[in-house]
Write a protein that binds this ligand. Structure first.
Ligand SMILES: Nc1ncnc2c1ncn2[C@@H]1O[C@H](COP(=O)(O)OP(=O)(O)OP(=O)(O)O)[C@@H](O)[C@H]1O
Ligand SMILES: [Mg+2]
Length: 251
């Protein structure tokens, strides 16, 4: 359903992503892995139109995303979370989750004057609650985000993304900073979302999580495609092993 075709992203003289192609099939969990600085987040930024692409195309269900604005990409059902949490500490969990819903507001100023915004507000609150329930954080809806434990904030970000009713969810290191119990919960949640028909593109360094839940894995290094396939194939690929065990990264 989502395809990157020969995507190149440059920042001045630095090529962060070079001729990168991958294809995410509907209803699957597809992981994108690679060492630090491989270009994974940059590819997410390209897909969600936060950076421009210099070459190639990104296609969702047969239609290009390359010329779209970031908000249009969300309206087409492509929603992401961020490697570094992007929540407002001074807002409640409810308001943070509802911030993911603003693009669903179709009315303009006249609809708002006619009171449609109150219906929208009510629906948005219901959606925020449903998303919070999925992560077991409904009792935190009224709490300010600032000061909540990191594991809860990661759930708030996931809930905000899900409340937007994506067809494909892009997760940038959702397990980073989580303890073992929280990672096991995440594992269950992602499997549940897949069972509900959601497509997931996952950037993650936790290899045991990746190997357990992925249908396909794509490996990047220095902005380029190294390998792709089923988890077991990729794990046995000598080029991939070299990338992870090689001494040229220092990481
Ligand atoms: N906005 C930017 N301006 C300039 N260089 C950037 C920018 N964003 C990323 N880069 C560079 O592009 C390269 C790829 O970075 P990117 O963040 O995509 O890697 P990553 O695979 O997500 O790494 P990590 O696993 O550490 O998150 C790095 O060399 C990085 O410094
Ligand atoms: Mg990254």
């Amino acid at each position: 359903m989502l395809e990157c075709r020969g995507v190149t992203v440059r920042f001045g003289g630095l090529t962060a992503v070079k001729d990168m192609s991958l294809r995410v099939e509907r209803g699957t969990i597809h992981s994108l892995i690679g060492p630090n600085g491989a270009g994974k987040t940059t590819l997410f930024n390209a897909i969600t139109r936060l950076v421009d692409i210099q070459e190639g195309d990104i296609v969702l269900d047969g239609r290009s995303l390359a010329g779209e604005r970031a908000d249009a990409v969300i309206r087409r059902g492509v929603v992401r979370t961020f490697q570094n949490l992007q929540l407002s500490p001074f807002q409640t969990v409810r308001d943070n989750i509802m911030a993911g819903l603003t693009h669903l507001w179709k009315g303009g100023i006249f609809a708002a004057m006619a009171g449609a915004h109150r219906t929208f507000q009510k629906e948005a609150e219901d959606k925020a609650r449903a998303a919070a329930e999925l992560f077991g954080i409904q009792n935190r809806l009224g709490s300010l985000a600032g000061g909540l434990p990191y594991g809860i904030l990661k759930k708030v970000e996931l809930a905000r993304a899900l409340a937007a009713e994506p067809s494909i969810l892009l997760l940038d290191e959702p397990a980073a900073g989580l303890n073992n119990d929280e990672t096991a919960e995440l594992d269950e949640t992602l499997s549940l979302l897949k069972a509900r028909g959601l497509t997931i593109l996952l950037v993650e360094h936790d290899m045991s999580l990746v190997m357990r839940i992925s249908d396909s894995v794509t490996v990047m290094d220095f902005g380029r495609l190294i390998a792709g396939g089923r988890p077991a194939e990729v794990a046995a690929n000598p080029d991939v092993i070299k990338v992870y065990l090689g001494d040229d990264h220092g990481a």
